[in-house]
Design a protein around this ligand. Structure first.
Ligand SMILES: *[C@@H]1O[C@H](CO)[C@@H](O)[C@H](O)[C@H]1NC(C)=O
Ligand SMILES: *[C@@H]1O[C@H](CO)[C@@H](O)[C@H](O)[C@H]1NC(C)=O
Ligand SMILES: *[C@@H]1O[C@H](CO)[C@@H](O)[C@H](O)[C@H]1NC(C)=O
Ligand SMILES: *[C@@H]1O[C@H](CO)[C@@H](O)[C@H](O)[C@H]1NC(C)=O
Ligand SMILES: *[C@@H]1O[C@H](CO)[C@@H](O)[C@H](O)[C@H]1NC(C)=O
Length: 710
């Protein structure tokens, strides 16, 4: 084949390989001493699932001996001559050598051996067979296994394969990434099992650890709770015996082909073949987020990916280098507030709940001990820093015992995480434990304090009354129509709990009917904190009375000569957006078109607040509960109690620092939550979160980080 022919041929190669399963139906799955394969000849496993032969990379400039899925030839699962490519399809030949090894010969260069199975077995191999699980097995005349490709993995790990260690022979079954897509030689990343302590899998980059799965807890790896979600497709196997420590999985009967690849970016990707679309779908990949990056928060640090600042110290510890932490470098970790004195009655344990267990290298494991026994042992050993259950099967607190004797590294919060018991001096535990006796004293003292406060308050209120009156007068002079308390009382049935339709940080909302039959929503503000409340009241009334837009809730009036502070809004018969999107049944009634209309409505309302109204302002608490829906499902933004009027700051500035952080967890932009930096972007961020929630129907919260998920 000359050069131009080859160019034509190569792009077609993958297509040809795809159809090859039909063409090579007569191909054999075995190679004997007499046979040889090379060029286009391949081994095909008995059921046709896998093929072994020469495959090209880099536009056919390099050729390798490998095994691939028949359904997807680019999915190469094993490569023989990773470091020594052939330069043409025709220049390679695979045979069983006289010494009983499988060899790849370079025919263009005097049959030099490019690769050899180098089996150390006593008996020579008589036959090589490619099995339907993708394993290439060399067996001797007597039928003994001499060598198998499953024990020499490259970058891929498939059903029935193992990663780990053979403790008798010292063999290591580990993966190493390709250098790049055109070069299967070993790249920067390695994936192997650490068997010192409770076994766990690690990814390494050039001698530096980048990721750990967390130890096996009987069900799954401590740091990968998602594993339980694909148990219907795979059966996980973990072996920890005197002979072998290994982890593997098996496709369940009827499941499509799957593979786990350590890719060139150092990410483990679990992929499953989608027969319908003819593509590999990624089921899981790790590391998943910044908290998975090894040692991000240093010793005794703990990472929480939903927090604005992901790193913090375990309770009882403080930042070792606060200046570095402020620069978002937490790798220096945390130090104990109070040194351990090491006596049974001077130390205790703090329960850190729901975590991926810290690195177990050097830890001690006793699967037979109970968790209580584990705690006693840890307390009696001065070097023990923490303990946890080693096996969570059977629910409850778990059984077995892992004890740590070093600084706790790489702990993070995960969904469905485990409990870790961290040893602390009792004095550091004090404020987390409730003690009965002090509690009684505290109650008595609080009681007296409250009484004194109440008397003080009554006196103060008399003085305050007159001041309040002037403030109310200010409001009166505003643009807000006023109602009499009696009218509102009648409209809401005397603020009857039956008419309550919601409550929030600022008050209770009642449904009411005005004498003219108009339905209204009556918001009665909390009055405990009169000064703060009054400021907010005035703020909201002033702002909303001036704003009119189809996508903003309209303020109809207020009641000010009342003992209560009350706002009257138009009534929204479909309540708030969160009652739709987080309720599976009601969510189903929201078509995509309706959701789109709602999103556009919110965006229009926000644009009006930000740019188009006379008083541009930031809402600062945009969330699903603050978007109301009228009977036509038109979205209206509500709750301006904490909005910040921006016209007073001037047009040139678009951000400012606030002294008081307000807003709702999950909707706050990181720069606002961290530094209190207020800008229009705060609302834009909240809108983004809201958008994801509307589309996915899931709430962004501490236990489920929608943003990372998206
Ligand atoms: C492979 O061939 C294509 C088309 O001829 C070319 O665009 C591409 O750069 C080549 N890639 C390599 C790695 O040579
Ligand atoms: C290489 O080996 C093959 C098969 O054993 C043989 O036919 C061929 O002559 C050899 N080539 C050279 C250059 O030795
Ligand atoms: C096989 O052994 C030879 C000689 O010891 C060595 O050069 C070669 O790298 C080995 N091949 C493999 C695949 O281990
Ligand atoms: C490795 O996997 C991750 C996660 O699936 C993916 O984002 C990345 O692009 C992959 N890298 C390569 C080189 O394929
Ligand atoms: C604690 O650690 C020290 C230093 O590593 C060691 O000498 C000592 O034997 C250990 N104590 C126990 C009880 O393991």
């Amino acid at each position: 084949m000359n050069q131009s022919h080859r160019r034509l041929f190569l792009p077609l190669l993958s297509v040809l390989l795809l159809t090859a399963s039909a063409v090579v139906a007569d191909s054999s799955s075995t190679l004997t001493r007499q046979g040889a394969i090379g060029g286009e000849r391949r081994l095909v496993s008995p059921g046709g699932v896998f093929q072994l032969g020469l495959f090209p990379v880099a536009n056919g400039t390099k050729w390798f001996l490998g095994i691939w899925f028949t359904v997807s030839p680019p999915a190469v699962v094993w490569v023989a001559n990773r470091d020594r490519p052939l330069d043409a399809l025709s220049s390679g030949m695979v045979t069983l050598s006289g010494g009983g090894d499988l060899v790849l010969l370079y025919t263009a260069r005097d049959n030099v051996t490019v690769w050899s199975s180098n089996s150390s077995a006593a008996a020579p191999a008589a036959v090589a067979q490619l099995h339907d699980n993708g394993n290439l097995v060399l067996t001797s005349e007597a039928g003994a296994v001499v060598w198998q490709s499953f024990e020499h993995p490259t970058n891929t790990f498939i059903s029935e394969m193992r990663t780990g260690r053979d403790l008798r022979t010292g063999a290591v079954w580990s993966l190493s990434s390709w250098r790049d897509a055109d070069d299967p030689s070993a790249g920067d990343f390695r994936y192997d099992m650490d068997t010192s302590g409770s076994p766990e899998l690690h990814i390494w980059r050039e001698g530096r650890k980048t990721y750990r799965t967390g130890p096996w807890n009987g069900v799954r790896f401590s740091g990968i709770p998602e594993m339980t979600t694909f148990e219907d497709m795979f059966e996980f196997r973990f072996t920890d015996t005197a002979d072998e420590v290994s982890y593997g999985y098996r496709d369940r009967v009827g499941s499509p082909p799957s593979r786990v690849v350590l890719n060139e970016s150092g990410v483990m990707q679990r992929m499953v073949w989608d027969r319908a679309t003819g593509a590999w779908n990624t089921f899981w990949s790790g590391p998943r987020d910044q908290c998975d990056s090894y040692g991000l928060c240093g010793a005794f640090g703990v990472c929480n990916v939903v927090d604005a600042i992901v790193c913090s110290c375990v309770h009882g510890f403080q930042q070792r280098a606060p200046a570095e932490w402020r620069m978002r470098d937490a790798s220096g970790g945390c130090a104990r507030r109070t040194p351990l004195r090491c006596g049974d009655d001077s130390d205790g344990f703090y329960a850190l709940r729901g975590v991926k267990l810290p690195e177990t290298h050097g830890s001690s494991v006793d699967a037979g001990a109970s968790l209580e026994e584990c705690g006693r042992r840890c307390l009696s050993n001065c070097n023990c820093t923490a303990y946890a259950a080693s096996d969570i099967r059977g629910g409850g607190a778990g059984t077995g015992c892992i004890q740590w004797f070093v600084d706790l590294m790489d702990t993070r919060f995960v969904d469905g995480g485990q409990d870790l018991f961290v040893r602390l001096a009792l004095s550091d535990l004090e404020n987390t434990k409730t003690k009965k006796f002090p509690a009684v004293i505290a109650t008595v003292i609080t009681g007296f304090a409250l009484l004194a406060l109440l008397i003080g308050f009554l006196i103060w209120r008399r003085i305050r009354r007159s001041k309040e009156a002037t403030m109310f007068d200010d409001i009166l002079r505003g643009e807000c129509p006023t109602y009499h308390l009696e009218v509102i009382r009648a409209a809401t049935g005397g603020f009857c709990p039956k008419n309550e339709i919601g409550r929030g940080g600022f008050g209770i909302v009642y449904k009411g009917e005005m004498p003219d039959g108009q339905e209204v929503a009556v918001k009665k503000l909390w009055t405990e904190n009169r000064v703060q409340g009054l400021k907010e009241f005035k703020n909201e009334v002033d702002l909303i009375a001036k704003l009119q837009h189809r996508n903003l809730v309209r303020l109809l009036g207020c009641c000010i000569h009342c003992s209560e502070r009350i706002l009257v809004y138009e009534y929204m018969s479909n309540k708030s957006l969160d009652t739709f999107i987080f309720d599976p049944r009601r969510r189903a009634t929201l078509s995509w078109k309706k959701r789109m209309d709602i999103i556009l409505g919110i965006a229009r309302g926000l644009l009006y607040l930000h740019q188009d109204s006379r008083h541009t302002m930031i809402h600062r608490d945009l969330k699903a509960a603050n978007v109301l829906l009228d009977e036509d499902m038109v979205a209206k933004i509500s709750d301006f109690g904490i909005a910040k009027l921006f016209s007073s700051i001037g047009d040139s500035q678009d951000s400012t620092v606030t002294e008081r952080i307000v807003g709702t967890y999950g909707y706050m932009s990181p720069e606002y939550a961290m530094d209190g930096l207020v800008s229009f972007m705060q609302d834009v961020y909240s809108l983004g979160v809201l958008l994801l929630e509307i589309v996915s129907g899931r709430r962004n919260q501490r236990s489920f980080n929608l943003i990372a998920h998206a």
